[in-house]
Design a protein around this ligand. Structure first.
Ligand code: IPE
Ligand code: IPE
Ligand code: MG
Length: 236
């Protein structure tokens, strides 16, 4: 089986999931967090090494204060108590994004979960929080500029070399999934998705269960990745 090593999910559709049921949007986020917990464990069971998920974008601060507060409270609760199953499974949790304008209890919860799971080796769950793809590239470019100022020779600098300037030096994304029906990437991991296979589904994130995830994996296994070259088997 050709399982993707790095899978990324734009977890969209929580709000609509709740609105469809006459519930507050926050209930969709709560349900989405339960879905994430189950999916993270399932992905590792399927042989995925890294699961990156888009939990909160830099642009999501444009939302109502109440919704932002609910999401941040949820993050604190999950990191401090609910991620025990994920930890027991041996998954290392890392968080990508800018910490500057996050609440201090959120930063503390991030540090706790990263510290608690740092020696886990079964797989990586990368949670993108206050994250922007262009911001990640800018932050990396600033670090690179500092290194150049300190004498780094960049005459042979290659695109592979830039990964070490990104938040956690994660490898390229093999499979990018977006739930919720929108056909866009909304400033997600732009550098890492240059040759990703895309899977878009109308399923709202809270409903994106194991069997929905397996459909995406199955689709991936049947894609022909050429990376600009020619697949010998199919050319004539
Ligand atoms: C995704 O769901 C989760 C976050 C952006 C935090 P949305 O909240 O965007 O849900 P919809 O797109 O409004 O349904
Ligand atoms: C992308 O979803 C961000 C997350 C899933 C966290 P949005 O709902 O914020 O994206 P747009 O506004 O539809 O592009
Ligand atoms: Mg949305």
């Amino acid at each position: 089986m050709n399982v993707p090593k790095h899978v990324a999910i734009i977890m969209d559709g929580n709000g609509r999931w709740a609105e469809k049921r006459g519930l507050k949007r926050s209930m969709g986020h709560l349900e989405g967090s339960k879905t994430l917990e189950k999916l993270a464990i399932h992905a590792i069971d399927m042989g995925v090494s890294i699961l990156s998920v888009y939990a909160f974008s830099t642009d999501n601060f444009k939302r109502d204060e109440e919704e932002v507060k609910y999401l941040m409270d949820l993050v604190v609760k999950y990191f401090n108590t609910k991620f025990e199953k994920i930890n027991k499974k041996g998954v290392r949790v890392i968080v990508s994004g800018r910490k500057e304008n996050l609440r201090s209890d959120v930063v503390e919860a991030i540090n706790n979960i990263e510290e608690k799971t740092k020696n886990n080796t079964a797989g990586i769950l990368n949670i993108c929080l206050n994250y922007g793809g262009q911001e990640e590239i800018i932050d990396g470019a600033i670090k690179l500029a500092e290194d150049i100022k300190n004498g780094l020779d960049v005459r042979n600098f290659k695109r592979e070399d830039f990964y070490s300037y990104l938040y956690h030096s994660l490898p390229p994304i093999d499979l990018l999934i977006r739930t919720g029906g929108e056909l866009r990437v909304s400033n997600f991991m732009l550098y890492q998705m240059s040759y990703s296979e895309f899977y878009f589904t109308n399923t709202l994130f809270p409903d994106f269960d194991k069997s929905e995830f397996n459909k995406a994996i199955f689709m991936y296994e049947n894609r022909d990745r050429r990376f600009g070259g020619i697949n010998e088997k199919k050319s004539s």
